[in-house]
Structures are given as C-alpha cells and as structure tokens.
Write a protein that binds this ligand. Structure first.
Ligand code: ADP
Length: 476
C-alpha cells in the first residue's frame, strides 16, 4: 500500500510539539512493516540545509485560486523514508517557527502557505499528478493539511482515499470568507456540511468533514471530543462521524528516548542498573544551580507554557510543593505572562526551583533522566509524549486523568500495574494532593522501585500503533 503523509512539522528538523515527533517516527515504523510511505513537508530552511542535494521531481501547476506553482524536491531521510519537499521560498524560507513570525504573531498568509501544502497533497493523490508514484491514501495531520481532504473531495477523476489525524482540536485553522476564493475552493464548499464554521473557513473542519476516516491520538481523547464540554464547537460533527472516528495511541521514538543509550545524559542507565539516575540528578541540580540534595524529591516539567497544560495550577501550588520539602525544575516556553510568573517564582526560591525559558531538546533529555517525578496536570491532552518519556526514564509522572494521560498512566493505588499518580478534577487541591502522594511514595524505596519498574517495562514503541494504522489503511 502506498501512503502519502502530509505534515507541517517533521522531527528532528522542524518541530513545535507532538505532531513533529509523530511525523518523524511513524513513517519509519510503517515502512518497517512493509508500507510504502513518503512524507510531504514544506521545504523550510532547516530541511533545505539538511538536504542540499534534494532533486527537483515535479512542478505542480494550475492549482487554482491564488495558489502559486511550487517545486517538489525529493530527498531521503536517514531512516530511509523518502521525503517530498514542497519548495516555494516565498512561503517557506522564513525565520523561526513554521506558523509564527518573529514577534510571535501568525503569518498573515498562513491560509495560502498551508493551503498550498494541502493542495499539493491532493494533487499528488489525484490523476493530475505527474509523478510515477501515486498514493492509495493521503494521510493528513491537523489543520495545516486538513484542507487536503476537501480538495480531494472536490477533485474530479480517480483519487486517493483520505485519512485525517487530529493531534489537537484547539488549533482550528480559521480564516475569513475571502480565503475560499484565494484557495481555489468552489462556492459550494461554503456550507455547514462543507468548510464553513461559524462564518469562518476552518481547515480543521474541512479535514473532519471530508476525510474518509478520522483518527485521533488516544482512545480517551476520541471519546472526550464527542462531548459538548470538550468538543470545542466540533462535537456535533464528530458525533456525526463517530463511525469513522477512532483513537490510536501514539508511540514514542524509542531510539532517541532510551536512557540506556541517550548521549545527552551525564550517565546512561537502565531498569536493572539505576545508579546512573542518581548521578544524572546530581549533575542536573548542578547544571541548573539548585542545591545538590539527594534527599529531596526533584519534580520536573517540560512543556509548552499554556493553560492547556494546567501549568497555572502547578504555579499556584508550587510554593507549597517546595515547602514539602521538594525541588522543581521547569523547561518551557509559551504565553509571556506565564513565562514571567515562572521566572519570578524561581528567583524567589533559588535553591529549590529552577526555570529555563526556551526550547532545548538536550536539556529535556537531561531533565527526564535527572528528575524523580514528572508533573503533567493538563486540562486536556490528546495524547502527550512527555509522560511516556518519563515512564521510560524511571521518572513516574503525576497526571490529570484526561486523554492520552489517562490511557498511559496507571495510578500507584494499583499495586500490580501502577506506574504514576493520577488525579481527577482540574483544581489546585487535587493536584497538590497527587504531588504529595508522589513525594510520600518516593520516600519508600521499595515501593518506588516497583513504580519505576512498571513504567520502564511499558512498551511505548511505534510498532503497535503502526499495526493499527495499517489495519485502517486496509479498510479504506
Ligand atoms: P504538545 O504537542 O501538546 O506540545 P506533547 O507532550 O505531545 O505536547 O509533545 C511535546 C513535545 O515537545 C515533546 O517531545 C516535548 O519533549 C517537547 N517539548 C515541549 N516543550 C519543550 C521545551 N521547552 N524544550 C524541549 N522540548 C520541549
């Protein structure tokens, strides 16, 4: 089966969150099981730099509306996955993040930039394509490629089936009515069972409406988003499409995230030789300027600093947490007000709390290895990757029972399977109680070893998810 992945992020070159990780790892896992998967991604500067010899293979033209004629270049990722780089420098050769300009505001032409990506994905899946490789399935991800499903729906002739994977319902890709024309969509698309969403054009809705099947990244999230409380305006549509909607839990890249081989660490370790973990803790405390205390539990956060992640709740209880006593390290970036509050907290409690604002992959690894307990109090969490990294690094996570967190973390109350701490309501009281429970359990070495053992033994590889995707491709 031939599958085209269409994505706006691709780890390790371009990543703002989980989507980049998934696009960077799942294709190789599918290829290992015999699928012919290729990845379409914009030729951002980081990709052009990584693949300077990428060879031009096509120029998709007559794409409609105001869409330009880009070039398609082909390259081979180190893991053997063929990449199709969508080269149109005027759109993609820009500094910073794929979506935001230097001042942190969305690029004004994002509808055209990701409309072009979607349109080219549909072109590749249609009779118009000039390539000798034609996908059976176009697999789109999040709003940035949601429109591909709509284009495929309106294109004439033989075309690929479409699968839309939802990584986060909060990002809906909303643009004004005029973009319908600019994107070359027919007037007929402007209706309630088309791409129109409360007076806007929504790329996300286009995907949910028109894809032949929809998946999201955990079974719990697939259920939650069909409720009015958590459906962010799309619940009705999602219920309508329930028969074609399923949840497939993400895996993690178990080569990159492996404490036994991780070259970012001060010392590697594994489930049967955990001494290295203590050494990583000491070196992390030193690196971040914390007091070197083996006798205090070290809590950690690596996250986007947003309300979704519940870090305002953690901020509110942090002074009590530090008084347990405990230490806390935070690595993240996001909302300016939250960055500011976290930095202020760290300044007040220098020996106990260290906050690093920024995106730092290597430090994220050292934190997973050096910390004792990971905190992820998300209000909603489609899947979440960090709790899985934490399990694998012997750093039991404290999580709220939502989405993928509920599907991966088992509370310590279950002695046979417990691998972390789970709390229910998104309140400071419930969070603090769970953090206290974790700190108490940490002081009981035998109990703690068991929790770590359960977490480290969990199979988080992509192979399981890949088999589920293949089954779905087959049905399509
Ligand atoms: P989301 O996609 O909602 O941001 P996930 O947990 O699914 O959350 O994935 C986040 C990914 O981004 C993880 O790989 C995590 O380690 C990484 N990450 C988030 N913030 C940072 C940061 N400040 N520095 C390094 N890595 C980060």
């Amino acid at each position: 089966m031939k599958v085209l992945f269409a994505t706006s992020e691709l780890a390790p070159w371009v990543k703002t969150g989980g989507l980049g990780d998934v696009a960077g790892a799942l294709p190789a896992a599918l290829r290992a099981l015999g699928m012919d998967v290729r990845v379409l991604v914009p030729a951002y500067p980081a990709l052009l730099e990584a693949f300077p010899d990428a060879e031009e293979i096509a120029q998709p033209h007559w794409l409609g509306g105001l869409l330009p004629t880009p070039k398609l270049k082909q390259a081979l990722a180190p893991d053997g996955t063929p990449l199709l780089l969508l080269d149109y420098p005027h759109y993609f050769d820009r500094p910073g993040n794929p979506y935001l300009g230097p001042e942190g505001r969305s690029w004004l032409d994002n509808h055209l930039r990701f409309g072009l990506l979607s349109r080219v994905a549909a072109w590749l899946g249609s009779e118009a394509s000039t390539l000798d490789w034609q996908p059976d399935i176009v697999h789109c991800h999040d709003w940035q490629t949601g429109l591909a499903a709509a284009y495929l729906h309106y294109l004439p002739g033989r075309r690929a089936k479409s699968l839309f994977t939802l990584h986060n319902l909060a990002f809906q890709g909303l643009f004004d009515h005029a973009s319908l024309f600019e994107l070359g969509l027919p007037d007929a698309a402007w209706q309630i069972d088309g791409v129109e969403f409360y007076g806007y054009l929504s790329f996300l809705k286009a995907g949910l409406q028109h894809a032949d099947a929809i998946t999201t990244v955990s079974p719990s999230y697939a259920r939650e988003i069909q409720t009015d409380a958590e459906g962010m305006g799309m619940a009705g549509l999602l219920r309508h499409r329930a028969e074609n909607l399923s949840g497939i839990l993400n895996g993690i890249d178990t080569h990159t995230w492996n404490p036994a081989t991780d070259h970012h660490l001060h010392q590697t370790y594994g489930a049967r030789h955990m001494d290295g973990k203590a050494a990583n803790k000491a070196s992390l405390q030193e690196e971040l300027g914390l007091e070197r205390r083996a006798d205090l539990p070290l809590f950690a956060v690596v996250s986007r600093l947003t309300e979704q992640k519940g870090l305002d709740l953690l901020l509110a209880v942090a002074p009590q947490l530090l008084k347990l006593p405990a230490q806390l390290v935070v690595l993240g970036s996001g909302e300016h007000s939250m960055e500011h509050s976290w930095t202020a907290l760290a300044q007040k409690h220098k020996s106990r709390c260290a906050v690093t604002i920024g995106f730092d992959e290597a430090l994220a690894h050292r934190i997973e290895a050096g910390a004792d307990i990971f905190a992820m109090p998300s209000r909603f969490e489609p899947c979440g990757l960090n709790q899985m990294y934490s399990l694998r690094y012997g750093t039991p996570p404290v999580v709220r029972a939502t989405g993928g967190l509920a599907d991966t973390v088992v509370d310590a109350a279950d002695e046979k399977h417990g691998n972390g701490f789970v709390f229910g309501p998104a309140t400071t009281d419930a969070l603090l109680l769970a953090l206290q429970r974790a700190a108490t359990a940490w002081r009981d070495p035998k109990r703690w070893r068991l929790l770590q053992k359960h977490g480290m033994a969990r199979d988080s590889s992509w192979a399981h998810a890949a088999r589920q995707y293949i089954e779905l491709y087959g049905k399509l």
